[in-house]
Design a binder for this molecule. Structure first.
Ligand code: SAH
Length: 376
């Protein structure tokens, strides 16, 4: 799969010295040659992790209805762009478009755009969705001529972050270095090829870089800075302010900005050491929705505070949808439908860790399933 990645990182560090966590994440996940997402299909029972649309068709269906509702709140434009960021297998979009068929004018007005880094997953998306669509490497090439309705599930958590640690010398950037620890035969220990170190110099103006949240941080605390996520939110919000439309972003993370090291690796559905055999496990971070909301509002759109996925799906009607599906199902299917609903909504499962967060053009005013917009 991506066996070359550890060697490439090691060569890079030997040559240039320790690399920031952000660069490490970016290389591991989306390097065009050997990146985790570019090389493999990590989603599903045989992969490394499972996502909400793969758990239950109701997830994508409700998002489809959310998109129809948002389009209607925008005045049912005769032409608009439906965009998904990081669509994985394309399951969410396929389920969403099927549910949206109840309003044929929505389907007639839409152009479908998928932003996807992975060639393997692009093929999968074309197969699953089976409708004309345009793939984009980044959001920069999305058209500028009509409203955008944007959805994303577990996309922002895959974007790289910088990490900083509070030390007696100040806030120092966290880097990845070679670990020169030797095993009993005097050879480097393969499982300990890398280690975290701190940059030699502290950040000059930490509050300006990392925000007010660090003012009373204890020694040892870690703060993350998601520049890639913020840049994408800034561009989307600017586009929506100018073109109209709305965005719905579901991911795991905190409704309020905080501190802490949220970088984690998952391989074959189990937690994995972040630095062990990089490229063979998924890397994610928690999304800071409070920060993304502030970034969006600064670009002139409304932002809606992040709420628990469980509450969001319940407000959108997952219970009645489940009951309806169960009426037409065999006993075994009914059990699977109930189990899927439970997994998406239950606070012990995905219900509270995952959050739904929205942005919208000021004319839209409110969005289905989300709280009232935040004040500036
Ligand atoms: N939304 C899907 C997949 C989530 S996994 C689901 O819920 O099942 C993350 C997705 O984002 C994958 O499709 C991955 O290839 C894509 N991705 C990750 N980083 C990306 C980037 N920088 N640009 C574009 N796509 C990216």
């Amino acid at each position: 799969m991506t066996a070359l990645m550890p060697d490439r990182i090691a060569a890079l560090i030997s040559q240039d010295g320790p690399i920031p966590v952000e660069q490490f994440m970016m290389l591991v996940l989306t390097d065009p040659e050997d990146g985790y997402y570019t090389q493999s299909d990590p989603i599903g029972a045989r992969g490394d992790f499972i996502t909400a649309p793969e758990i239950s068709q109701m997830f994508g269906e409700l998002i489809g209805l959310w998109a129809v509702d948002s389009w209607q709140r925008q005045g049912s434009p005769g032409r608009f762009h439906l965009v998904e960021l990081g669509p994985g297998h394309g399951t969410l979009m396929a389920d969403a478009l099927r549910a949206a068929q109840i309003v044929p004018a929505f389907g007639e007005a839409l152009n479908l755009h998928l932003v996807e880094a992975s060639p393997t997953l692009r093929e999968r998306q074309i197969e699953t969705i089976g409708l004309p669509l345009i793939h984009h490497d980044t959001i920069a090439s999305l058209p500028g001529d009509a409203p955008l309705i944007v959805v994303a599930n577990e996309f922002f958590d895959a974007l790289p972050v910088r990490q900083f640690q509070h030390t007696p010398k100040g806030w120092m950037e966290r880097m990845v270095d070679l670990d020169r620890a030797l095993g009993s035969l005097g050879l480097p220990q393969p499982s300990r090829r890398f280690r975290f170190v701190l940059a030699p110099e502290p950040v000059a103006d930490p509050v300006a870089t990392l925000g007010e949240r660090i003012r009373h941080a204890p020694m040892g605390a870690i703060a993350e800075l998601a520049r890639a996520a913020e840049a994408i939110m800034e561009e989307l919000a600017t586009r929506i302010a100018a073109q109209g439309g709305a965005g719905l972003f579901i991911d795991y993370g905190a409704a309020q900005s905080g501190l802490g090291d949220t970088l984690q690796a998952v391989r074959k559905h189990k937690r994995h050491d972040v630095l062990d055999e990089p490229g063979t496990a998924d890397l994610t971070v928690h999304v800071d929705f409070e920060r993304l909301g502030a970034v969006a509002r600064a670009c002139g759109v409304l932002s809606f505070p992040a709420i628990d996925q469980g509450s969001f799906l319940t407000t959108l009607g997952i219970d009645s949808r489940a009951n309806r599906l169960m009426r037409e199902a065999s006993a075994k299917q009914a059990e699977a439908i109930a189990a899927g609903r439970h997994r998406l909504v239950d606070p012990e499962q995905m219900g509270t860790l995952f959050k739904a967060f929205g942005i919208a053009h000021a004319d839209i005013g409110s969005l289905a399933g989300l709280p009232m917009p935040e004040e500036n």
